[in-house]
Design a protein around this ligand. Sequence first.
Ligand SMILES: Nc1ncnc2c1ncn2[C@@H]1O[C@H](COP(=O)(O)OP(=O)(O)OP(=O)(O)O)[C@@H](O)[C@H]1O
Ligand SMILES: [Mg+2]
Length: 131
Amino acid sequence: MMQVKHLNKAYGNKQVLKDVSVEFPAGQTTVLIGPSGSGKSTILRSLNLLVTPDNGTFDFNDHHVDFSQPISRKEMLEIRKDTGMVFQEYNLFPNKTVLGNVIEGPTQVLKQDKATAIKNAHEWLKKSWFG
Ligand SMILES: Nc1ncnc2c1ncn2[C@@H]1O[C@H](COP(=O)(O)OP(=O)(O)OP(=O)(O)O)[C@@H](O)[C@H]1O
Ligand SMILES: [Mg+2]
């Protein structure tokens, strides 16, 4: 289960998230719907700690984050290992192959050995459009 409570985020004087509380139950798919610019991506980035809300809390597995306090690097890395997002734009590494892009996270972040990462990548790619 993933839950955020009372998130606020402003860019300059533009308040993008205003007291947003939302729960994402485990094993379910939750859909965020809203007009362009309403803050959907900002919420997703907050769950991945790519954006730090000004305040509010985030509960995820055994983690409890209070965004008004500094987040330790250790906790940040642990949370990022178990979260991910697909960006609206591709944001791939242009100097790498498709396979190189797919194994980057598993080898660099999860420290998988390259052979395992490549084997898994081929299995995922078979399920994808590229398979
Ligand atoms: N880094 C930033 N600096 C300044 N303003 C930003 C930044 N990121 C987002 N914003 C602004 O915050 C608001 C919310 O943006 P966000 O990308 O979360 O919206 P969204 O709901 O995902 O929109 P879309 O449906 O177009 O993807 C927008 O007004 C956007 O211009
Ligand atoms: Mg968006």
